[in-house]
Write a protein that binds this ligand. Structure first.
Ligand SMILES: Nc1ncnc2c1ncn2[C@@H]1O[C@H](COP(=O)(O)OP(=O)(O)OP(=O)(O)O)[C@@H](O)[C@H]1O
Ligand SMILES: [Mg+2]
Length: 396
């Protein structure tokens, strides 16, 4: 019996081509919309490669703006570039949130050079000494990324940073250790003494939040790597980008994309639709809006029900105001209510947008009059429809 299940599952079609390309640790081949930032890092590191000096940079930016991915991508290109110029340079990326103590960070660094080096019982200074000795002996260079360093310094104080900076100074020329610090908190350097502060403040790369169109491009690129051709609907991409753009967060966008794909597979359909994305959002970040829905006026509820039905039937991410108005009149008839006029409906839309229930945007297409595209980003429309029907029934 289990053999059958096994074979059946393996033979089953999937929307994914290579789901591993969506895993959090995977560094994509191209970081769309981060070319300028990559160029900036390259310029800053030019003297490292050409004059064998050291550099210190700080990369800041909020959740999911590509700080980690950018540093890793940079390391990936830096090492062979140095090698091509006869320089032995290693790139080591340490996540300081995972390696919670200076000891753990340095052990990871030491073990990059030799996994068999005994570290137990050695203090941080001694471990750092092992690394610097190795670099001196082998004429080696190191670019060390301290990722999520703000958490680390809050927890441990700035001593590790000082030791690393001092190790750099003790070498004199040439300096062998460069540091890329990554921090969500742009004010992180304030936790350091003024001297160290200023070394980092010289080279700060602040990554902006991604906009919705940028997220669309990022998603499209990642979809080509991970999904079968045509497996993700255009509207799904736009909807996911719009949701994630509220935080400018590419990680959220990719997570929703992945979850939506899994849901499509579970349903055994071959296209990922906007409803899958809404359900993915509700699953990952359930926001039950019953209280909010219950407080709406009768005709707001009717209008919202019309929107939910329209979106459900069309399988699209957005509906135009005219379409919703027509469905609204049908809904009013069903509930024996006299439909409200156009201007009044416009007010309802604005109010519900203010409450965060719907998302309304001026349509990109050209239409006469005030046409908007409306969407329900947060809840699956099937669920919304069910909730509203219950509420309306209770009213009767
Ligand atoms: N420009 C981009 N193109 C393609 N993928 C991207 C891009 N920017 C970020 N990503 C992807 O989005 C996810 C989040 O990026 P990353 O982990 O680098 O964010 P972060 O800024 O380090 O966030 P955090 O502060 O939470 O650590 C990763 O899977 C990364 O590969
Ligand atoms: Mg990160």
């Amino acid at each position: 019996m289990f053999e059958e299940i096994f074979e059946e599952e393996l033979a089953r079609e999937s929307v994914f081509r290579d789901v591993s390309k969506l895993l959090p640790d995977y560094v994509p081949k191209v970081l769309v919309h981060r070319e300028e930032e990559f160029r900036w890092l390259t310029r800053i590191f030019k003297p490292v490669i050409e004059n064998r000096t050291s550099q210190k940079v700080l990369i800041t930016g909020s959740v999911g703006v590509g700080k980690t991915a950018l540093a890793q991508k940079f390391g990936e290109k830096l090492v062979p570039a140095a090698k091509g110029r006869g320089m032995q340079l290693d790139y080591v990326h340490v996540n300081c949130r995972k390696q919670k103590t200076p000891y753990a960070v340095l052990v990871e660094l030491v073990q990059h050079y030799n996994p068999r080096w005994p570290c137990r019982g050695l203090g941080p200074e001694k471990l750092l000494r092992m690394v610097t000795d190795w670099l001196n002996k082998h004429d080696g260079y190191l670019t060390l990324t301290l990722d999520e360093v703000d958490f680390f310094v809050q927890l441990n104080g700035p001593n590790l940073i000082y030791s690393l900076t001092r190790a750099v100074e003790e070498f004199g020329e040439p300096n062998r250790i460069s540091i890329i610090a990554i921090s969500r908190d742009p004010n992180f350097p304030r936790l350091l003494d003024t001297a160290t502060q200023s070394t980092f403040m010289h080279n700060v790369l602040a990554l902006d939040k991604y906009t919705a169109p940028q997220l669309v491009d990022i998603l499209k690129y990642r979809i080509r790597e991970s999904f079968k051709a045509g497996a993700v609907d255009e509207d799904t991409v736009r909807l996911i980008a719009d949701i994630a753009a509220r935080w400018g967060d590419a990680r959220l966008a990719l997570e929703l994309l992945w979850r939506a794909g899994v849901l499509a597979d579970e349903e055994r359909v071959d296209v990922v639709l906007p409803e899958h994305a809404r359900r993915a959002k509700a699953e990952a970040y359930p926001e039950v809006r019953r209280e909010v829905l219950g407080e709406l006026q009768l005709h707001e509820q009717l209008l919202l029900l019309a929107l939910a039905r329209k979106l459900k039937a069309s399988k699209r991410a957005y509906a135009l105001t005219g379409e919703v108005e027509r469905t609204y009149r049908v809904v009013c008839e069903e509930y024996g209510e006299k439909p409200r006029g156009h201007t009044q409906l416009w007010e309802y839309i604005k109010r519900m947008e203010g409450l965060g229930i719907i998302d309304a945007q001026i349509s990109r297409r050209i239409h006469r009059g005030r046409t908007q595209r409306i969407s329900v980003p947060d809840v699956p429309v099937a669920m919304l429809e069910g909730e509203l029907e219950k509420l309306l029934k209770a009213r009767e």
